[in-house]
Design a protein around this ligand. Structure first.
Ligand code: 6PG
Length: 246
């Protein structure tokens, strides 16, 4: 099997988030029905807030929240109640609004030093996915965003994590932020059953073109799920530099 990928350009941001919510719900139903649970890694930053708000709204069909296990694709090295925390954002826009059992949320323990936080998260993945040494977790869905520089999760150009191929989680020093990030690495991301990029806004259009059209080796380009499905959900602005997609 190889990576099956799809690029979907959707007119407006609102329709983009509606499409992402529909994908999330469809996958949740599929995996809960077929496997009894749905394991998902959330992305951070600002874009996903709109998706999480939609999922938490009452217009969304009832989701089996108690059967969903929430992980994170990455985290800033700040306390969990810090304004920059991806956990805090997910809690504000999703976890605090729907009946998710607290034991179903696996945040990254950024109150520890970065290396310890990464090790604890790696041990959590090993425990939850019942992994043998050297095995990587196979999440059902990994949500990803895209930075204007082509980074995704906390895999930034020119950082150590960009070339990490053996560890599932690393503490990645990001010079431009003068701080650590804790991030899933490509062996985990490319082991997922589904990876969904959610990209909105013209500020991402250049990175989208470089990755999807020019084949530039930016971090998000290296997301190629081995046996999984790769879905790029773009609004019209983010797709603005792509020549016509067949
Ligand atoms: C993070 C994210 C990061 C994000 C991109 C896009 O921790 O910030 O994981 O990879 O998805 O930077 O961020 P925006 O959605 O805010 O543009």
């Amino acid at each position: 099997m190889s990576c099956v990928s799809e690029i979907r350009v959707i007119n407006t941001p609102q329709e983009l988030f509606q499409a992402a919510a529909a994908e999330f719900i469809g996958l949740a139903e599929h995996f809960v029905h077929g496997h009894g649970r749905f394991t998902v890694a959330l992305s951070g930053g600002s874009t996903p807030k709109h998706l999480y708000t939609l999922l938490a709204s009452d217009v969304v069909p009832l989701i089996a929240w108690d059967k969903i296990l929430f992980f994170f694709g990455d985290e800033r090295h700040v306390p969990p109640d810090h304004p920059d925390s991806n956990y805090r954002m997910a809690k504000e826009f999703l976890f605090s609004k729907v009946p998710i059992p607290p034991e179903n949320i696996f945040r990254i323990h950024t109150e520890e030093d970065a290396g310890t936080a990464a090790r604890i998260y790696e041990e959590t993945l090993q425990r939850v996915f019942k992994l043998k040494t050297g095995e990587f977790p196979g999440l059902d869905l990994i949500l990803l965003g895209l930075g204007p520089d082509g980074h995704t999760a906390s895999l930034f150009p020119g950082t150590a994590a960009f070339d990490e191929s053996s560890r599932p989680v690393v503490a990645n020093w990001v010079e431009k932020f003068q701080s650590y990030r804790i991030t899933l690495t490509y062996p985990v991301i490319n082991n997922a059953a589904n990876v969904m990029f959610l990209v909105s806004g013209g500020d991402k259009a250049s990175a989208v073109r470089q990755i999807l059209q020019d084949g530039v080796d930016l971090p998000a380009k290296r997301v190629q799920p081995r046996d999984g499905r790769l879905l790029w959900l773009l609004d019209r602005a983010a797709a603005g530099e792509l020549s016509k997609i067949d």
